[in-house]
Design a protein around this ligand. Structure first.
Ligand code: C2E
Ligand code: CA
Ligand code: CA
Length: 266
């Protein structure tokens, strides 16, 4: 079994090295909404790998390999630039400006030149910094909080916003949390899935909302699939929501059409 897993990883690694140059990666986009207004507030860019013979490979299968091998740095840069360019293109085509949220892994964040990379991407794409939101998981910022603070504060000064992803699944030092220039806490979908029936999950989700609000942060819940989950979150003050109830991740053309129909520029 271990042999099989090792062989599969090596196989993915070998193919991943060519994925970018062979244009096998694409982005899809999942809208985010105000919980009260039901208006789009942003979209999250999610990478997809369409391999010519293996077909669609899920990010959960290749992102960890990309992180271990360092290939994530190159992929991450491509994701950032492509996502920012798309939002700029949509705005130019008549979409009222909304946030573009991009997932960034610990390994990218730790690079000396990460802030320069982001600055370069903003210049190259022409997207205003305020419209870029970096999503970083709780566990990756808490890996080395002192180092993360310096980088995140630099990004904050550039005007880029920050969301803490998968909140509640790792360990957070609340003392550090206060020092990060965070805009959104993102409640992990594992807590939302069972929020109606599992009292522990509900306590964590509602506790996160209370914590975020007392720190002056917005909360976004991901993985919202049912009206009941939405109602529970909304009535407890959750600010924004994202999930299959509203939309699955969409390709660029479908995302633009979906958003533009709900959110045209005046
Ligand atoms: P994530 O950042 O937590 O992304 C949310 C995941 O939940 C996405 O899976 C999305 O398709 C899925 N999702 C959205 N709404 C629902 C829902 O209502 N129900 C359920 N069950 N799932 C929902 P996806 O696209 O497969 O991405 C998986 C993970 O891969 C992401 O988790 C993120 O950690 C990573 N990832 C994706 N794109 C990138 C990227 O460009 N860079 C990096 N570093 N990581 C990425
Ligand atoms: Ca995310
Ligand atoms: Ca998440």
């Amino acid at each position: 079994e271990m042999n099989r897993i090792t062989t599969e990883r090596l196989d993915i690694e070998r193919k991943l090295r060519h994925a970018l140059t062979r244009n096998e990666l694409t982005l899809c986009f999942q809208p985010q909404f105000g919980a009260q207004s039901a208006q789009p507030t942003g979209v999250e860019a999610l990478v997809r790998w369409l391999h010519p013979t293996d077909g669609l490979i899920a990010p959960d299968r290749f992102i960890p390999v990309a992180e271990e091998t360092g290939i994530i740095v190159e992929i991450g840069e491509w994701v950032l630039l492509t996502a920012c360019r798309e939002m700029k293109r949509w705005i130019d085509a008549g979409l009222k400006p909304i946030r573009m949220a991009v997932n960034v892994s610990a390994r990218q964040l730790r690079r000396r030149d990460f802030c320069e990379t982001v600055a370069g991407v903003l210049v190259e794409s022409g997207l205003p910094a305020e419209l870029l939101e970096i999503e970083i998981t709780e566990s990756s910022v808490m890996e080395n909080p002192e180092e993360a603070i310096v980088i995140l504060q630099r990004l904050g000064r550039m005007g880029v916003t920050l969301a803490i992803d998968d909140f509640g699944t790792g360990y957070s030092s609340l003392a550090y949390l206060k020092l990060f220039p965070i805009d959104h806490l993102k409640i992990d979908r594992s807590f939302v899935a069972d929020i109606e029936h599992d009292l522990n999950d509900r306590a964590i989700a509602l506790g996160t909302i209370a914590l975020a609000h007392s720190l002056g942060l917005n909360v976004i819940a991901e993985g919202v699939e049912t009206e009941d989950q939405l109602e529970l979150l909304r009535s407890n003050g959750c600010d924004e929501v994202q999930g299959y109830l509203f939309s699955k991740p969409l390709n660029s053309a479908a995302a633009f059409a979906f958003l533009h129909a709900r959110h045209p520029a005046e």
